[in-house]
Design a protein around this ligand. Structure first.
Ligand code: 5AD
Ligand code: SF4
Length: 480
C-alpha cells in the first residue's frame, strides 16, 4: 500500500498495561487513517469475513470494533480498502477456500493502491501455512494468529509506519486482554468468551495446536462484561469456549461452570443464556441440576458425540463410550424435559468399519437429535490421527456420509414437528429473508420461527403460536 509521507507523531508515552497500550495504538492508527483519507479525498472502508466457528465470529466482532474505532467504515468485500479473512483450519477445505479467495484479491489490489489484506485466525497458527503465504502470497499486508488478536491496532500502525508487510504469530500465550472495543452483529444478543484453548487433544483435531492450552477468564471479568452488555440492550448471551464444561478449573480460585451460570442468571436484564461447546466427558451432574432449575438457560444442548462406536471413540481419544454417552443424554432428558439435543459427527475416521458406522446410525436413532452437523473426516497434518493406518477410501466415506445425513434429517424433521400447535417464547432476530412482511425469531430450543410482524419486534421476546412445522423451522403467528 502507498503510505509514503505518512508521518504520524503521537507522544511516546506508551502505557504499560496491555489494554492501555492498545488504546494508544488505536489512537495512532486513527491518525494514519485520517491523514490517508484526507489525502485521497474519501473515507477508507473495511470488510471482515469469518470462516469457521462461533469463537471466530466473536473474534471478528473484536476486529470490527477496533477498525470502526480507528475510523474505517464497513463495506462489502468487493469495494473494501481493507479486506480481512478470519480463518479456520479445522478441516482442509477451509484452508483451500482461503487460498482461492486470496488469489481473487490479488488483481484487485493492483487496481487499488490503498488496499490492504489482513489474515488471522486458526489457519495462521500453522507454520506450513505461513511459509506458503510468504512464498506465494507476498501481497498480504498483515498476518497474525489467534493469540495476539488484541494487538490488531498495533499491527496496523506497524504496517502504516513501516510500509512493509507485518507477520506476527505467537506460539502461545497466558495473556487475556480485557476491555477492548468490539462491534456486535446484533444489538440484542452477544457471544462472550469464557475460556480460550483446549486441553483435550482429540486425535483428529487441530484446535489444541492452533488455539493453545485451556485458559479461563476470571468470573468477575465475565460478569462485568455481561452486565455492561445487559445495560446496552443485550437480552440473550452465548457463553463460548471449546470445552465450557471444564471452565474455571485452572483459575487461581477455581470456579465451576455451573457456579458461573448461577451467577450470570442473577443478572436481571439477561433473559436467555446459551453456551457451547460441551464435552460429554466433563458434563457434570451439578450442571444438569442447574439447567433443570434455571428459567433462563435455554432448552438446548449441543453435545458433540463424533462417533457411535466405542472402539472409534477410544481411537479418537474422546474418553467416553457409546453407552456412557447414551446414559448421559437420558439423564439430561429426564432432568430437562423437552430439551433439544444437537451434535457433531465425523464420518470416515481412520479404521472406521461398516460395523462402526452402524453403531453411529444406531446412536443417532436412539438419541433422536434435533439436528446434527455431519463432517467427513479431514486429515490434519500434525494430529495423531493423520498418521493412523487404514484411512478410509473416499467413495466409502461419501456413501456413509449420505446415509448418515438422510437419517439425521429424517429424524430431525420428526423431532421438530412435536412442538407444532404449542405457543413458545421467541426472540425476534430480524426481518424474514424471504418475506419482508414477516420476522424471524429463535425459540429457546434454537429452532427458528417465521411469523407476520414488523421491524419494531426485533430484539423483543414475544409469545408465538407454532402453526406449522416445515421440517427445520416453523411458520407461526404472534400469540396473546
Ligand atoms: N475432520 C472432520 N471434522 C473435524 N472436526 C474437528 N476436527 C475434524 C477433522 N479433522 C469437527 C468435530 C468438531 C467440529 C467443530 O469439527 O466434529 O466437533
Ligand atoms: Fe478439538 Fe476435541 Fe478440543 Fe473439541 S474437545 S476442540 S474436538 S480437541
Amino acid at each position: 500500500m502507498d503510505t509514503t509521507n505518512l508521518d504520524i507523531n503521537l507522544s511516546d508515552n506508551i502505557p504499560e498495561d496491555e489494554t492501555g497500550r492498545q488504546y494508544y495504538y488505536i489512537e495512532k492508527a486513527r491518525l494514519y487513517v485520517q491523514e490517508l483519507s484526507q489525502r485521497i479525498g474519501r473515507p477508507l472502508t473495511f470488510c471482515v469475513t469469518t470462516f469457521g466457528c462461533q469463537m471466530n465470529a466473536r473474534d471478528s466482532e473484536k476486529l470490527r470494533g477496533i477498525l470502526k474505532e480507528i475510523g474505517y467504515l464497513e463495506a462489502e468485500e468487493e469495494t473494501a480498502d481493507f479486506v480481512i479473512y478470519n480463518t479456520c483450519t479445522v478441516r482442509e477445505n477451509a484452508n483451500t477456500r482461503v487460498y482461492g479467495r486470496l488469489g481473487q484479491l490479488k488483481p484487485r489490489k493492483k487496481q487499488n493502491p490503498y488496499m490492504m489484506i489482513g489474515l488471522c485466525g486458526c489457519m495462521m497458527q500453522e507454520p506450513e501455512v505461513i511459509e506458503k503465504l510468504k512464498k506465494s502470497y507476498s501481497f498480504v499486508d498483515i498476518i497474525f494468529g489467534t493469540h495476539n488478536i488484541f494487538k490488531f491496532a498495533e499491527l496496523i500502525v506497524q504496517r502504516f509506519s513501516s510500509g512493509k508487510p507485518v507477520i506476527d504469530i505467537w506460539e502461545g500465550t497466558d495473556a487475556i486482554v480485557e476491555d477492548l472495543p468490539n462491534q456486535r452483529k446484533y444489538s440484542f444478543k452477544s457471544g462472550i468468551n469464557i475460556m480460550f484453548g483446549c486441553n483435550n487433544f482429540c486425535s483428529y483435531c487441530i484446535v489444541p495446536y492452533v488455539r493453545g492450552r485451556e485458559r479461563s477468564r476470571e468470573p468477575q471479568a465475565i460478569l462485568r462484561e455481561i452486565r455492561r452488555l445487559a445495560d446496552d440492550g443485550v437480552v440473550e448471551i452465548m457463553l463460548l469456549g471449546q470445552n465450557v464444561n471444564s471452565y474455571g478449573k485452572t483459575l487461581d480460585h477455581p470456579v465451576t461452570f455451573a457456579e458461573l451460570l448461577t451467577e450470570i442468571e442473577k443478572i436481571d436484564k439477561i433473559k436467555r443464556i446459551r453456551f457451547m461447546t460441551s464435552h460429554p466427558k466433563d458434563l457434570s451432574d451439578e450442571l444438569i441440576e442447574v439447567m433443570s432449575r434455571s428459567t433462563k438457560i435455554c432448552r438446548h444442548l449441543h453435545l458433540p458425540v463424533q462417533s457411535g462406536s466405542s472402539r472409534i471413540l477410544q481411537k479418537m481419544n474422546r474418553r467416553y463410550t457409546k453407552e456412557q454417552y447414551l446414559e448421559l443424554t437420558e439423564k439430561i432428558r429426564k432432568a430437562v424435559p423437552g430439551i433439544s439435543l444437537t451434535t457433531d459427527i465425523i464420518v470416515g475416521f481412520p479404521g472406521e468399519t461398516e460395523e462402526d458406522f452402524q453403531e453411529t446410525l444406531d446412536l443417532v436413532r436412539k438419541v433422536r437429535y434435533d439436528s446434527a452437523f455431519t463432517f467427513i473426516y479431514s486429515r490434519r497434518t500434525g494430529t495423531p490421527a493423520a498418521n493412523m493406518e487404514d484411512q478410509v477410501p473416499e467413495d466409502v466415506v461419501k456413501n456413509r456420509f449420505q446415509r448418515l445425513l438422510k437419517e439425521v434429517q429424517d429424524i430431525a424433521s420428526e423431532v421438530c414437528a412435536v412442538h407444532e400447535g404449542t405457543t413458545q417464547e421467541a426472540l425476534v432476530e430480524s426481518l424474514s429473508e424471504h418475506d419482508p412482511s414477516m420476522v424471524t425469531g429463535r425459540l429457546s430450543n434454537n429452532l427458528l420461527v417465521h411469523f407476520p410482524g414488523g421491524e419494531e419486534l426485533i430484539g423483543k421476546l414475544v409469545p408465538v403460536y407454532l402453526k406449522e412445522c416445515k421440517g427445520f423451522y416453523y411458520l407461526g403467528e404472534l400469540a396473546g
